[in-house]
Ligand binder design. Structure first.
Ligand code: BES
Ligand code: MN
Ligand code: ZN
Length: 492
């Protein structure tokens, strides 16, 4: 979808649909006032009659209002002014985007950023609205091409206004939208297409596109030489060979320590010999959403040419049962030298990540953020709205939390106290790969923390937030927003 700004009077704008926001108990926005005046009070009358509802996320198409160049108006409710926060603003904008996508329109002109949630700038609102409309417009077509009667994505969206701040905000929205879209497509692709080699190809495509992006792919032989036996242990049961994908973006002088983003890229998680049940296995193509998230944020960063250095590392591996697969009881030696007693081959994410984290030490990163669909326990703890955030550094945790809040891609911090570490004690190795039932989300975080002892590090568990569970909606693209905002905040 093409995004642009248009500063003309709303009633004169040629588009298939004008999109106006309405807040209960607030004055009409400037655009709504203009449309009301041009249509001799039609808006005021429909608000009074209840044909326009102001409840949050309510959408109504109004056809052929007199005095407008556009043939229809989409009226979008934002609820009560005193409840209007940025998350609720985002919710209403997403609802508007869905209504547009489902209505077979080619173009729209959006004035939703004239609605003002507390403590927000016009640029921030425009960016949020543009990103929401773009995200809602996504339609998966790779293995199911568009049919004549299906909803059609909107081709172009213009936004009211034309100043330099809004232009900058729109450009950020374009970068973010590109990153979200990439993460959603990768997440939604089936595991017989999106395997480790496919993820490597996608990384190569990014490296080809941007002159200041470099790529290195490690094959299994390379990883064996480095001693990555934890990662390779997981991969052994699969016919698809693993890859360690390393992308480097140079947007700042070489002396500047990079931000390292590390993604769990289990392209399918059967559980291995600790096989999942059919029900639990059904969604496991999404187990590479950590990889999709870091690749999406990396792509957004390259597109926006941020003044920062970033290293993106993806552990791309498939977890399958086989005669040669790793077993419960095996002891693996990780690249760090630490030994791990595998008690459950379904706790594989931490095994591939620990070697990827050790590998990223060679870049001497300023901070390391890993992203993973790591535990079902995280979903029990936080549900689908927040990603789980764990960190050994308060300032880093605060920066990530603030970034998520600023773009409504939120994370909630959980405690990585030392007391939890003993759940990983093993009589046969330095640690077990499972910590039992209590606080499964934290013992997974504790496991990873043992490989980042001398580094500012944070872990995002996105098991609940990376895709819409049980629905047809698929991958959300999260946490591309949080990560990109974090990079934006750190770039000069
Ligand atoms: N990929 C799963 C975690 C997961 C499960 C994400 C369901 C989203 C939905 C991970 O590899 C896994 O299987 N974790 C186990 C860990 C356990 C064996 C300690 C889990 O959460 O059950
Ligand atoms: Mn698993
Ligand atoms: Zn997994």
């Amino acid at each position: 979808m093409k995004l642009s700004l248009k500063g003309n009077a709303p009633e004169e704008i040629q588009a298939d649909c004008l999109v106006l926001g309405f807040v209960e108990g607030a004055e009409l926005t400037a655009a709504a006032q203009a449309i009301d005046a041009a249509s001799s009070g039609a808006i005021t009358r429909m608000l009074a009659s209840g044909d326009i509802e102001t409840g949050i996320g309510k959408t109504h198409f109004l056809h052929n209002l007199p005095g407008l160049a556009a043939p229809r108006v989409l009226a979008v409710g934002f609820g009560k002014q005193d409840k209007l926060t940025l998350p609720r603003f985002d919710q209403a904008c997403l609802a508007a985007g869905k209504a547009l996508r489902n209505h077979r329109l080619k173009s729209c002109h959006v004035c939703l950023h004239e609605v003002e949630p507390e403590k927000t700038s016009a640029g921030q609102r425009l960016r949020q609205a543009a990103l929401a409309v773009h995200r809602a417009n996504y339609l998966y077509t790779v293995t199911k091409p568009l049919k004549d009667d299906a909803p059609v994505p909107v081709q172009s969206a213009s936004f009211q206004g034309d100043d330099a701040d809004l232009q900058a905000a729109l450009e950020q929205a374009e970068g973010l939208a590109l990153g979200f879209e990439k993460a959603k497509i990768l997440g939604d692709l089936p595991p017989n297409i999106c395997n480790p080699a496919y993820l490597a190809q996608e990384a190569a495509a990014i490296a080809d596109k941007y002159a200041n992006v470099d790529l290195e792919i490690l094959e299994e032989d390379d990883m064996a030489e480095l001693g990555m036996d934890a990662l390779l242990g997981v991969s052994r049961g699969s016919a698809n060979r693993a890859r360690l994908i390393v992308l480097k973006y140079s947007g700042a002088p070489v002396e500047q320590q990079p931000v390292a983003l590390v993604g769990k890229g289990i392209t399918f998680d059967s559980g291995g010999l600790s096989l999942k049940s059919g029900e639990n296995m059904m969604q496991m193509k999404y187990d590479m959403c950590g990889a999709a998230g870091v690749l999406g944020a990396f792509l957004a960063c390259a597109r926006l040419q941020l003044a920062i250095n970033v290293v993106c590392i993806v552990a791309a591996v498939e977890n399958m049962p086989d005669g040669d697969a790793y077993r419960p009881g095996d002891v693996l030696t990780s690249m760090s030298g630490k030994t791990i007693e595998v008690l459950n081959t379904d706790a594989e994410g931490r095994l591939v990540l620990c070697d990827a984290l050790t590998y990223c030490e060679r870049f001497d990163p300023a901070v390391v953020i890993d992203v993973a669909t790591l535990t079902g326990a995280c979903v029990v703890a936080l549900g689908h709205h927040a990603s789980g955030l764990m960190s050994n550094d308060d300032q880093l945790a605060d920066e990530l939390t603030a970034a998520g809040n600023a773009i409504v891609d939120r994370a909630w911090r959980l405690p990585l106290w030392d007391e939890y570490q003993s759940q990983l004690d093993s009589p046969f190795a330095d640690m077990k790969n499972v910590g039992g039932m209590p606080a499964g989300v934290l013992t997974a975080g504790c496991f990873l923390s043992r490989f980042m002892e001398n580094r500012r590090w944070a872990h995002l568990d996105i098991a609940g937030s990376a895709w819409k569970w049980g629905g047809d909606d698929g991958a959300t693209g999260r946490p591309v927003g949080l990560l990109t905002q974090f990079l934006l905040d750190r770039s000069g």
